[in-house]
Design a protein around this ligand. Structure first.
Ligand SMILES: [Zn+2]
Length: 368
């Protein structure tokens, strides 16, 4: 495009023939993208959601510079490829299972991330996401003489069964260990956040800054400092996590046999936040969320009867490392900023994934 649309006629006439392999022709792809973009402009801005009529941030073909056009074309080609990939995946019952996961954050695997990962980890991540590991269920499909039974309990040995539903594995504490690993990562981050909040909300430290505005210029908004957090109402938050046998609901609120994973409470504000982590099979994230919400609904009601304001946050990290929206929401409500949110959820994702990888390797060892 750079050469083709050049203003210099000499360069314009010496276009090279771009050879881009048998499956894909650059010229054709560019042509298609261009016509799609032109068509989009003819259709115009369609109204989405509650946005105003005709409002758009879209760049139109006719009003773009050459450089912008090149950018638009490459973006369009990328989108078209992604669409194609999605269309194929939806049709694949097994490898395309991920297209049916709702409420899961998209995972971006950049080269820099992949570069730092160990080969074994990349292999487990890819093969578990697309269900291509040599599980008994898969082996029985690939080879005629293999049985599809789980070697530990005799049920159908799918990957879902091995990573989240095998009774002997549950009894031996493997799933609990994985769950506690993820919980540990989250508790550490949340503890820090709670401590920070307690310090910054304390009345002695409240400073009011006046920012001066130059004549004629506009004042800036305080988006970063006035981050809303459910913790900002008090400065005496305590946190207790159900790790190393230290859990349990605080007795000063009420006595119960339930042991939520994380309890954050404030005596002064009479407020309690219940957090509950599940590490389910990605397809079952919604179900796990609902189950935990029901499990704690009674406890919440009892807290309210005693004059405590109670909120419950069930959150999930899929056992293959896909983080649910619910976790992000919880962290955002606790006042984590975008960067912290990203790093915490990445750490939780790695913990879940490496836990599952370990569960899988144990299973393989056993079957040998
Ligand atoms: Zn089993």
């Amino acid at each position: 495009m750079t050469l083709r649309d050049s203003k210099d006629p000499v360069i314009k006439n010496t276009q090279p023939d771009v050879r881009s392999g048998r499956k894909w022709t650059a010229n054709l792809a560019v042509e298609e993208a261009e016509s799609r973009l032109k068509h989009k402009e003819m259709v115009g801005a369609t109204q989405l959601g509650r946005q105003g009529l005709g409002w758009t941030t879209h760049k139109w073909w006719s009003s773009s510079s050459d450089k912008e056009r090149r950018k638009l074309v490459s973006q369009e080609i990328r989108e078209a490829e992604e669409e194609k990939r999605l269309a194929t995946a939806v049709g694949q019952a097994k490898q395309g299972a991920w297209t049916r996961w709702e409420n899961v954050e998209q995972r971006n695997m950049s080269w820099s991330v992949l570069w730092q990962m160990e080969p074994l980890r990349i292999s487990f991540l890819c093969r578990s996401t697309y269900d291509l590991l040599p599980t008994p269920a898969n082996l029985s499909v690939w080879y005629e003489d293999k049985t599809d039974c789980c070697i530990a309990c005799g049920k159908k040995g799918t990957l879902q069964h091995i990573l989240s539903a095998c009774t002997p594995a549950l009894a031996s504490g493997m799933y609990t260990w994985r769950h506690n690993n993820v919980l540990g990562v989250l508790v550490e981050a949340v503890k820090l956040q709670v401590d920070q909040n307690n310090v910054s909300q304390a009345p002695t430290n409240t400073k009011r800054y006046i920012s001066f505005v130059k004549e004629g210029s506009q004042s800036r908004s305080y988006s970063s400092s006035s981050r809303s957090s459910i913790l900002s109402s008090a400065d005496d938050w305590c946190i207790r996590a159900d790790l190393d046998g230290k859990g349990g609901f605080p007795r000063e609120i009420l006595i119960t046999t339930l042991r939520p994973d994380i309890v954050i409470w404030s005596e002064a504000g009479k407020e309690v936040i219940i957090g509950e982590l599940t590490v389910p099979w990605e397809d079952n994230i919604d179900e796990a969320h609902e189950r935990k919400l029901t499990k704690y609904s009674e406890l919440r009601a009892e807290c309210k009867d005693r004059g405590w304001k109670a909120s419950c946050y069930p959150f999930e990290v899929g056992c293959r490392g896909f983080v649910a929206h619910s976790l992000q929401k919880w962290l955002r409500d606790l006042g984590f900023n975008r960067r912290e949110l990203k790093s915490v959820s990445r750490a939780a994702s790695v913990a879940a994934e490496s836990g599952s990888s370990w569960v899988w390797s144990k299973y393989i060892q056993r079957s040998r």
